[in-house]
Design a protein around this ligand. Structure first.
Ligand code: ADP
Ligand code: MG
Length: 852
């Protein structure tokens, strides 16, 4: 921002702040407003829809300016953060009333989309990750920090994988040590050495080497250091928890396309949670639980033992729904304790936060007791590590008022009865009028002056006024202060004392309440880790209860998860589709292994249920890996290492990119990374190019997967030619979606059976969709010829060259096949018809036939 030559001291202050926080919009506190100036004001007024004014009278040339009220700035802040902006908050650091000269100001926090911890800014049930990407010559090292919970995850990555990993965490903000595009200014360039990062990170955690953190690879120091620096930069006092290295051995690797095509937590229509796997499984009672459920769905487990542990707990709740209901009821009163714990640890919590914490932890002893009483060792284990936090609940309950204000400087925080001095101050405030009236009454009686009044003015404070006629009765102890027309004004020491107390009571009370509150806050902060642990257990319990409830509600069964290489599903249903068409859903089976059923090629007409079948298999496999029950009558699921999906290019070219190119890039990613233990879902690949190209590519991809990769693969295609692979290749079988043809109409059975669809039903589907009869007739004619003559080598149909000379017979046949006259003929009962009627019918038919 250009700085004009002559500026006021205050604007000087502004420019200094702005200089220091160049990447952020500056909220500059002035009186009751946060003001923005210059370019900041222009940007903010657009996003916030607020009026742009000018600092100078000269509206044309003056500096643009806009402001938001400080008591409601949060809502505005959220909008700016959502728009991807950073905001630096510049506050007044001293009381303006007491400031000599210009009020001291300073930036007290910088908020960025990935590091907001204030409740209002965060959508419920989402992690708030920011990502740090460190690229070295050899590889990538990623760190994901949740600024609201302090969690820190580390992942190794390569050029090929880092984007997929990023998409799994959906970070709100990314910090890199390299530039992505020219001219991009926000990135931490690599001006720190690995050695320096190592030193700083070791210091941060107070360990001698990263080995103590369970990290063999010291290169992880770099992204961790970037995270620490980022938190420093935004002045967020969040202590990162010990890092957790997430490796491929621990979880099923989902590529970024898989989580979106399978619509795990977001649907592809509008990006909301409707019609997602999450929405079907989510019966959680807490925001912590719903956010953990999402995490589990995006990070399925790869350990039979860990999966069975979850299953067993869920199973207990399925069998003991009375207990499950009781636990759920307790959980429903639990707030987002994890998030509150972070604000506590960051010293950013207010009294309301503590009350929320208390209201949540209040149920913990009951929860713990209920878990202890469960007749299940795994749940008892949970109970053992669950800290009921009675001491903290007790402390908050005894000290903090039940309904405190959000501000910390205006009292109303400490509960009556907790501190004698505070009670006295409150008493003085509240009873001051009472006490004054009592003094007045007492003095009236003792002096016998009935007109005596206790009054207040700014000059003397409290005084006693006696009218002229009664001056002789005034006792010696009264100190005269002023003579007025009608009498005299006096003070007495007692009144003076009371006055001091009353006038000071407020400020004393507020200061004392604040002091006591910060003491309590500190005490609670020291226990932040205990709070987090209990919160994590409550969240886990919530998800397992949710699994149990979804299983009961939707009639799921417990999958048998094994280390084998097979997937056998009996009567499987698509968990989301079945919700919408409950009664008419047709269950299907699948059997796959790495031996004789590696690749299943699925053919069938449009709308017959191919895509649904593919996704059903992937979803059931994935659900089994999260510990959930599955929509099937039975399922045996061998662990998979990755789930890949690729759905053929749709005709949506809105992006301007060649979708076929995208399709091939993604397919190449799959072919390079899939293993024998992977599950591949390939839905109509090779669609976005000419027929010969498409068949050839799809064919060779299918062969490569079956012979080289040997991954379990479901391959839906409309190229029937490809089904020939089953004749030559090993481990390949053909499946088809069953369709019945009844009087020229298609009936989708939605049943997947062994075999191949021998015919393209595209034309029938087109007819069902209401295309003009003439188009359908002609298409049928062309098809007949195509089937006879095949294609020319460059993919052009021989038959399509001319509609006329390709033999009328085929055409006529087809016309009659579908003609209403044929229907009439069928209905005709020749035994009950006179010769005359027959002639009439014949004439009518001829007329009809000629019209067509
Ligand atoms: P395709 O991929 O073969 O074109 P889809 O899988 O998209 O077909 O299925 C089309 C529609 O058929 C779905 O939207 C769904 O409503 C319905 N459907 C699919 N599978 C089943 C099933 N097993 N039972 C009932 N309806 C189904
Ligand atoms: Mg489909």
């Amino acid at each position: 921002m250009d700085r004009p030559e002559k500026i006021t001291p205050m604007m000087q202050q502004f420019y200094e702040m702005k200089e220091k926080h160049r990447g952020s919009l500056l909220f500059f506190r002035m009186g009751d407003f946060y003001e923005m100036f210059g370019d900041d004001a222009v940007t903010a007024s657009k996003i916030l829809g607020i009026a742009l004014t000018s600092r100078e009278k000269d509206k044309e040339n003056g500096m643009p300016m806009c402001g938001v009220p400080h008591h409601s700035y949060q809502a505005y802040l959220v909008k700016l953060l959502r728009a991807g902006l950073n905001v630096a908050i510049c506050d007044q650091l001293e009381d303006p009333a007491q400031a000599k000269g210009i009020v001291k100001r300073g930036v007290t926090k910088v908020l960025t989309p990935g590091t907001v911890v204030d409740e209002a800014a965060l959508p419920a049930s989402d992690n708030n990750f920011f990502a740090c990407i460190y690229k070295s010559e050899k590889n990538y090292r990623l760190a994901f920090a949740d600024s609201s919970t302090g969690e820190l995850y580390l992942e190794p990555a390569t050029e090929d994988t880092f984007r997929d990993i990023l998409s799994r965490y959906a970070p709100k903000e990314t910090v890199r040590n390299f530039k992505v595009t020219e001219g991009e200014d926000f990135s931490y360039s690599g001006n720190f050495s690995e050695a320096m990062a190592l030193r700083e990170v070791s210091d941060y955690y107070g360990v001698a080497s990263l080995k103590s953190l369970g990290l063999d690879d010291s290169s992880f120091a770099c992204p961790i250091y970037m995270a620490i620096r980022h938190l420093n930069r935004v002045m967020l006092d969040v202590k990162l928890l010990k890092p957790r290295l997430v490796t491929d051995e621990e979880r099923v690797y989902l590529d970024s396309v898989a989580s979106s095509t399978l619509e795990l937590v977001k649907n592809s229509r509008d990006g909301s949670e409707d019609n997602t796997l999450y929405s079907v499984l989510n019966h959680t009672k807490t925001t912590m639980g719903s956010s953990l459920l999402k995490k589990w769905l995006l990070n399925p487990l790869r350990s039979v033992e860990a999966i069975r542990r979850r299953q067993e707990i869920a199973e207990f709740f399925i069998n003991r729904q009375d207990i499950a209901d009781g636990l759920r009821e307790q959980l429903s009163g639990v707030y987002d304790v994890e998030r509150i714990a972070t604000r506590i640890a960051a010293n950013r919590c207010n009294a309301k936060d503590l009350v929320w914490l208390k209201n949540s932890t209040r149920t913990f002893p009951i929860l713990k007791y209920m878990l202890q009483s469960c007749d299940n060792p795994l749940i008892n284990e949970l109970a053992e590590s669950f800290d009921a936090l009675e001491d903290l609940t007790g402390l908050i309950d005894s000290a903090i008022d039940d309904n405190p204000p959000a501000t910390l400087s205006e009292g109303g925080i400490i509960r009556t009865g907790y501190n004698a001095e505070i009670d006295e101050l409150k008493d003085i405030k509240e009873n001051s009028r009472n006490i004054l009236m009592k003094i007045e009454a007492r003095e009236k009686t003792s002096t016998g002056i009935s007109t005596l009044r206790v009054k207040f003015n700014k000059v003397f404070g409290y005084y006693i006024e006696v009218s002229k006629g009664a001056l002789d009765k005034v006792p010696d102890t009264y100190i005269r202060k002023q003579t007025i027309v009608n009498g005299e004004r006096y003070i007495i020491p007692e009144l003076k004392e009371l006055e001091d107390k009353i006038l000071n009571a407020d400020s004393k009370l507020f200061a004392l309440e604040y002091e006591i509150f910060t003491g309590i806050r500190l005490k609670i902060a020291e226990n932040a880790q205990r709070i987090r642990n209990s919160a994590a257990i409550a969240a886990e319990l919530d998800v397992l209860l949710s699994f149990a409830q979804a299983a009961v509600k939707n009639n799921y069964s417990k999958p048998h998860v094994t280390d084998s290489d097979g997937i056998i599903i009996k009567d499987g249903r698509h968990p989301v589709v079945e919700q919408n068409i409950r009664t008419s859903y047709v269950p299907n089976d699948i059997e796959m292994n790495t031996d004789d059923s590696r690749l299943s090629i699925i053919t069938g007409p449009n709308m017959a249920g191919k895509s649904t079948y593919l996704r059903m298999c992937a979803l059931i496999t994935l659900m089994a890996h999260t510990g959930s029950y599955v929509p099937a009558s039975s399922a045996e699921i061998g662990l998979v290492d990755r789930i890949f999906t690729r759905v053929g290019a749709s005709d949506n070219l809105a992006g301007g990119e060649s979708t076929f190119m995208v399709e091939m890039v993604e397919t190449s990613n799959i072919l390079n990374n899939a293993t024998e233990r992977s599950l591949l879902i390939l839905d109509e690949i090779g669609r976005g190019t000419s027929t010969f190209d498409g068949v050839s590519i799809a064919w060779s991809i299918a062969e490569y997967i079956a012979d080289k990769i040997k991954a379990k693969t479901l391959f839906a295609t409309h190229y029937h030619e490809i089904t020939d692979i089953a004749r030559t290749g090993s481990g390949v079988k053909n499946l088809a979606t069953q369709v019945l043809e009844h009087k020229g109409e298609l009936i989708f059975m939605r049943k997947v059976v062994e075999g191949t669809a021998d015919k393209s039903y595209g034309i029938h589907v087109a007819e069902l969709a209401g295309l003009p009869k003439k188009v359908i007739t002609r298409a049928n004619a062309i098809l007949k010829n195509l089937e006879k003559n095949e294609l020319s080598p460059n993919g052009i149909a021989n038959a399509a060259k001319s509609g006329k000379d390709t033999g009328g017979v085929v055409q006529t046949m087809l016309v009659f096949d579908d003609h209403p006259v044929v229907d009439e003929l069928r209905k005709l009962d020749l035994n009950s018809i006179t010769p005359l009627m027959a002639l009439n019918v014949l004439a009518a038919m001829k007329e009809k036939a000629e019209k067509e």
